[in-house]
Write a protein that binds this ligand. Structure first.
Ligand code: PRP
Length: 182
C-alpha cells in the first residue's frame, strides 16, 4: 500500500512511478549492511556526490552499524538536458582523504564517466582504499570499465527522476523514483 502518486509532472514532462519508497528503504538497508560488513573495525569516509546522491546517502547511512565520517563533493556533467554529457567537473571536496578508506556515494551511474572521474581524482589524494556505491546503475549505458562495488538497483536506460534525481532541478525531493511516461 502506498500513498505516492502514480504520476507526477515536472516542467513539461510526465513521469510514472517506477520504484516505490518502501522498496528503496529496503535496498538502502541492504547496501548499508554490506558496507558495514566490509568495513567492520574501520571508519570509512563517505563522500556524498552532490547533488543527486544526498537522499540515498542520508537513508543508507542511517542503517550503518559502523562509524563513518562524511564529506561532500560536486560532480557535474556539463549540460542540463536528459542525456548524460561527455565531460565531468569534479570540485569542492570538503575534506582530506589521505590514508582513509573512502566510499563514494552516487545516485546513478549512467555512462560511468562521473564515477570514473571521481575515482581518478580521489586516487591522486592518497586514500588507503576507494569503493563506490550507487543507488542506481544503467548497465546498458556504461561507456567505461568502472566497477561499482555496491549497487542498489540495476535499471534499463529510462530517464528517471525522484529521490535525489532531477529533471532540470525538479523532482529531487520525491521519496520514490519515477520514469519518463511515453
Ligand atoms: C548525475 C548523477 C551522476 C552522473 C551520472 O549527476 O548524479 O553523478 O550524472 O552520469 P554518468 O554516469 O553518465 O557520468 P548530474 O551531473 O546530473 O548532477 P546532479 O547530481 O547535481 O544532478
Amino acid at each position: 500500500m502506498t500513498s505516492q502518486p502514480e504520476y507526477i509532472t515536472l516542467h513539461d514532462k510526465r513521469f510514472k512511478l517506477f520504484i516505490e519508497s518502501n522498496r528503496i528503504q529496503e535496498i538502502a538497508k541492504e547496501v548499508a549492511g554490506r558496507i558495514s560488513n566490509d568495513f567492520a573495525g574501520k571508519i570509512p569516509v563517505l563522500i556524498i556526490t552532490l547533488k543527486g546522491a544526498t537522499n540515498f546517502a542520508v537513508d543508507m547511512m542511517k542503517y550503518l552499524t559502523i562509524d563513518c565520517t562524511i564529506e561532500t563533493v560536486r560532480a557535474k556533467s556539463y549540460g542540463s538536458g536528459m542525456v548524460s554529457q561527455g565531460s565531468v567537473l569534479v570540485s569542492q571536496l570538503t575534506g582530506d582523504i589521505k590514508d582513509k578508506d573512502v566510499v563514494i556515494i552516487e545516485d546513478i551511474v549512467d555512462t560511468g564517466l562521473t564515477a570514473k572521474s571521481l575515482i581518478e581524482e580521489f586516487s591522486k589524494l592518497g586514500p588507503k582504499s576507494i569503493k563506490i556505491a550507487s543507488f542506481l546503475i544503467k548497465p546498458e549505458m556504461l561507456k567505461t570499465d568502472v566497477v561499482i562495488d555496491y549497487v542498489g538497483f540495476e535499471i534499463p536506460p529510462a530517464f528517471v527522476v525522484g529521490y535525489g534525481l532531477d529533471y532540470a532541478e525538479l523532482g529531487r525531493n520525491y521519496p520514490s523514483v519515477y520514469s519518463l511516461a511515453e
